[in-house]
Design a protein around this ligand. Sequence first.
Ligand SMILES: [Zn+2]
Length: 289
Amino acid sequence: MNKQKKMESVQQHIAAICCPYCRRSLQVKNGSLICTDGHTFDLARQGYVNMLNRPGNQQYDKRLFMARQEIITASGLYDVLHQKIAKVVKEYFAAGRSSLFMLDAGCGEGSHLQRIIERSQQPVITGVGLDLSKEGIKLAAQSYKEPLWFVGDLAKSPFTDGVFDAILNILSPANYKEFQRLLAPDGIVIKVVPRQNYLKELREALFMETEKKVYRKQSPAHRFKEHFELVDVMDVSHVTSLNQAHLSQLALMSPLSWTAERERIVRFSERETAGITIDLEILVGRLKG
Ligand SMILES: [Zn+2]
């Protein structure tokens, strides 16, 4: 999809987008989005809109996002997760909805969102991805042409009130106040959090017994329930065998690797094959009545 076509697609959804700084409405003009107060945001050649006027998160580089994309689309590690989320969406909106507007808040390079859209034949989902990382969004826009991709800050997101039927937040920090603002009255929030055994083989390989990273202090469901009425909770727990290429990509994509000893990462990456545990919880919520 060329820039012109993408611009038309943005134009089509212009009522859903607003200026992140003053919340005023936006207009498409000369290849940019301009608010009535004059704040301007450029549509990049790759087909995403940059809604930040400062450098975003630079911690994640392109190599990391490419590894993440390969793991999500080719290793099978997250297939069950995608199926379950697609099923939740289908069942929740079973009553006569033919199309949905869905945000992935903290979408990275976009593969989770894309996969879930592909799994959901009905209703048809229009996807919107938001992430602080320009490298992530750039790769998302290059890889997946249909969704709308935005570099932006979840604390000041560039969308109008109540515009999303569904909000995804997968293994990424939440901003529940903002989710409440963005969710349609009959919409759902789907949050995915790690459970105790998530990627335990990677943690065991990368850290000594005493320094193993513990994933949670307080139950994420507890905070979720303060903001939303909990509709459903599901577990996704299984072990999937990964080959050597995928094992090294898994080590590369994980923030765990940033603090681990190099030697341990290499040893993990050189295994020919290993079973990797997925242990996640899906929290489904709606606005409190
Ligand atoms: Zn503005």
